[in-house]
Ligand binder design. Sequence first.
Ligand SMILES: [Fe+2]
Ligand SMILES: [Fe+2]
Length: 546
Amino acid sequence: MPHDEQLYLRPNIQVEPLIDGWYAWPHLIPPATAARNITERHMKIMDSYINMPQVHANAVKNPKMLGGPFIDYEGKRVDEIRALRENIKRERAHLIELSAALVELDNILRESAKGYSLLPLYEKIPAILRGYVELVYDLNNHPSFRLIEPLLYKSRYYDRSQQSVRLSKISNDDRPFVLSTPRLESDDALHLHLPFDSPVIDDLFRLKSSPRPWREIKEKLRVPDSRDDLLRSFLTPEAPPPYSPYAGPGVRWRYFGHACILIESQGVSMVFDPVLSYTYENGISRYTYLDLPDEIDYVLITHNHQDHILFETLLQIRHKIKNIVVPRNNRGHLQDPSLKLLFENCGFRNVVELNELEEIRVGDVSITGLPFFGEHADLDIHSKMAWLVKLGLHTLLFAADSCNIDPVLYEHLHRNFGDVDALFLGMECDGAPLSWLYGPLLSRKIERGMDESRRLAGSNYEQAMNIVNHLNCREAYVYAMGQEPWLNYIMSIKYTEQSRPMTESTKLINACRERGIIAERLYGEKEILLEPKSSPDVAPPLAIRA
Ligand SMILES: [Fe+2]
Ligand SMILES: [Fe+2]
């Protein structure tokens, strides 16, 4: 092949960011949560598969077990799973020790911290944790510890050699659930041992819009000659269609699926919770990577759940992002790793933290962080924020999975911020139990009844309607429902028309429409243009495309 041929990365090449072969969702990156997930999630799933592969094969086929801790290799490849387990035990022995030390520290505090000075306990802290934790009481003498997360990232416990990316072709929405199944080597995938902060990752994804010669691409990615054909099949001389940014006088927003929305207005672009489909024809029309501007001024993250922080998308667009805005949290709680540190250590620059009620302002555009209650099983977690966006006289609120557990909050917010034109709200009102996500962080098993009562649940009809009422919304959009089929690989949700999140959100939509409020459950793609408002009372959408 000619060495100077200019080639692009094809738009249907999927990238799976991996940690020791496991799909890299956000708790697998910070050292302490990673350590706990290795021992309490990955080791347990692999042990179970090695002992009973057929049980896993059957469970994966059972729709009721969707999202459960089962490996999806049809009961096969047991030797490879065993080899992976042994490799992790050997290579990550220090993280396995860290996981045990966190439990030991918890036990020491439970047994010995009774309200008296914590000073004598420092010498009992497991040696490997010394200097990385401060012991504290709350005002009721309940002991706990504070992790010095920035130091942990600089220690041997943040191990970039665990990280890699795996490239392969994708041509339809059928993609197996990735969170419980480690990725094994395969002939049709190119496994690049690059840490997430490598600039080569940005160069790779720049190839989606700027071509480079074959020889340069091959050398940069350090692909062996034996994989030339595979790499070449991921590339194409065909240029993608150019993107036309919105240049109108008002606001354009576009729904990309789940909680991912692009807004363009007055030369400012922002993307909320980026989650993209790759580009291929598969029934439902959708926006993809090709529908993003060359530069994104602000990426805004609502909260630290794996369907809202998706490194698979974020790594692809990192080179386009000028600023990434995250809720401020750095209190050293195991259950609430710092988002700023997470992104910075994964190679993102200009990570901006906002506190509740803090604001960013650019010309006539402002972004304000508003409190996001609930949906985190009553754990003390600060990495969650609803984003209030003002664009001229238009006001939009991206509340993600906020659960309106105390309506008085919205009275206060209305008093301070006034009416909201359009509300975007998730209504996954059943929610998984605490242990589904946070179980590996617990040092003692939680009682079943407690676990069931503490859920990752968003707002139901009544709670959602209450927000619409308090904020005088003229438009209400239900989103973040995990319904788009191209998201099945990270969502464990398959609703029927009878599922509560569906019935409750339908009820909301009907009730809103009866009162003349525009309401819809977003699905697939949607575009809305808002004309410039001259006074707060004139604001119909100019055009709607379903
Ligand atoms: Fe969530
Ligand atoms: Fe969600």
